[in-house]
Design a protein around this ligand. Structure first.
Ligand code: CUA
Length: 312
């Protein structure tokens, strides 16, 4: 039945799949017995001719039959309960030696903060064969962290931490979805989980702790545009998405929602990144989150340089 599900690439996947397959097989068998039996009786005992009507005698009950149809389902649901509970405990309780990564969900992207200060947006890089514990919270509404290949799904709530963990068994790039409707950008709240070998993971951490060194500001800005998920809501080709395009905005006069207008200079761009609700562009909703805690000062400069470089 493997075609039913994406390939399982975590330590709990096989167990989850086995239980699911057991439930599907039992359901199919019971469906055939119940619906097949009903159909058979409809044909066998249908009313044939008016004169042949032969009324059924009064029946009270059949103890043997009733015990059978009570005890068999009871055994089946008891198996499902204990099997499910055992897997559930395994999925809920992270091993003590797991790498702990902080996950922050926000309309409409994922931020991952690693123990040693590295952070990344929309791409969770983890080593294979090592348990990873995710401590998750949301900045706004309810989101849900869902990696189908790992059979891991957990709600991410504001004002509270929820925990999920997994141990990936195979290197590869896997889809990360938000599985809770969280507004206009929900369907674009997509991420990836990249599973690499342990040495590659160490190298990745190393490389990202010195992220942006030796790059020009505009180059760094172009990288941040993608890695900090600006790309979800702002195009660079002139087309409006959830937010206005970055193309040609610098130096131009921007019309605001309150009827006033403002010249798009460095200060306007900076304010729009750090305090997005201060000036909302005409025709757009005030839905952008603040990047105050997400970008370092040099990164704000870099994004502004990048937007400038997009010209007209
Ligand atoms: Cu976040 Cu749906």
């Amino acid at each position: 039945m493997n075609w039913l599900l994406p390939k399982g690439t975590s330590t709990v996947a096989a167990e989850v799949d086995a239980l699911l397959q057991f439930i599907i097989v039992v359901s199919i068998i019971l469906f055939i017995i119940v619906v097949g039996g009903t159909a058979l009786f409809v044909v066998l005992y249908r009313k044939k001719k008016q004169e042949q009507v032969d009324f059924t005698k009064d029946l009270s009950h059949n103890t043997k039959l009733e015990i059978i149809w009570t005890v068999i389902p009871l055994i089946l649901v008891t198996i499902v309960f204990f099997w499910g509970f055992k897997s559930y405990m395994k999925i809920r309780l992270a091993p003590g030696d797991a790498i702990e990564i902080k996950v922050t969900a926000q309309k409409w992207f994922w931020q991952f903060d690693y123990p040693d200060g590295v952070s990344n947006t929309n791409e969770l890089v983890v080593p294979a064969g090592v348990p990873v514990k995710l401590v998750m919270s949301s900045q706004d509404v309810i989101h849900s962290f869902f990696v189908p290949n790992f059979r891991v799904k957990m709600d991410v709530l504001p004002n509270r931490y929820t925990v999920a963990w997994f141990e990936a068994t195979e290197n590869g790039v896997y889809d990360l979805f938000c599985a809770e409707y969280c507004g206009t950008g929900h369907s674009k709240m997509l991420g990836k989980v990249r599973v690499v070998s342990e040495p590659e993971y160490a190298a990745w951490l190393e490389e990202n702790s010195s992220f942006g060194e030796g790059m020009s500001l505009a180059e760094l800005g172009a990288k941040l545009y993608k890695s900090k998920a600006c790309v979800t809501c702002h195009s660079v080709d002139g087309s409006p998405l959830v937010g206005p395009t970055f193309k040609g905005v610098f130096g131009h006069t921007v019309k605001l929602n309150d009827g006033s207008s403002v010249k798009a200079d460095e200060n306007y761009l900076r304010e729009s990144i750090l305090k997005p609700q201060a000036k909302v562009v005409e025709g757009f909703q005030p839905v952008m989150p603040t990047y105050q805690s997400i970008l370092k000062p040099r990164e704000v400069d870099a994004l502004i340089e990048y937007i400038k470089s997009l010209g007209e």
